[in-house]
Design a protein around this ligand. Structure first.
Ligand SMILES: [Zn+2]
Ligand SMILES: [Zn+2]
Length: 137
């Protein structure tokens, strides 16, 4: 598989569809905001390009903090992406891609916040809340 490969995806109801270039890796995040948004963890695929190809008017972009926004389908509620200017490209919801073959988890953020009794079998880089707070300060 080549890097920065083009992939397509959509929300559950199909109102919103997109095209994205992906690096092949995704991150799991256990911060409290991602838990509120996605139940336990948000799994986001790093993209270098992202374009809504259908249903721009059905996409709600919500400013979840002063430096990040989150986008979801207003009809079915599916999460589409997380975006923070300082971290580059949009982080697009793994499960929304039509084909996730070849996309592998590479990092877990806020590892100390993960739900009890839940662990990935894969070994990945992990980043703690304290390490992220140090990066942001
Ligand atoms: Zn939808
Ligand atoms: Zn998070």
């Amino acid at each position: 598989m080549s890097s920065d490969e083009q992939r397509t995806g959509r929300c559950m109801c199909g109102a919103v569809a997109y095209r994205a270039k992906v690096s092949g890796r995704f991150a799991a995040c256990y911060c409290k905001m991602c838990q509120r948004w996605s139940a336990g963890t948000f799994m986001g695929v790093h993209t270098t390009e992202f374009e809504i190809t259908q249903g721009e008017d059905a996409l709600t972009v919500f400013d979840s903090s002063s430096w990040a926004s989150r986008a979801f389908c207003s009809v079915c509620g599916s999460n589409i992406y997380y975006f923070a200017e300082k971290f580059g490209g949009k982080s697009v919801a793994l499960g929304s891609f039509d084909d996730t073959t070849g996309l592998a988890v590479s990092v877990q953020y806020f590892i100390d916040g993960k739900p009890e009794g839940f662990s990935l079998a894969e070994s990945t880089k992990t980043v703690t809340t304290a390490e992220i707070e140090a990066m942001l300060s």
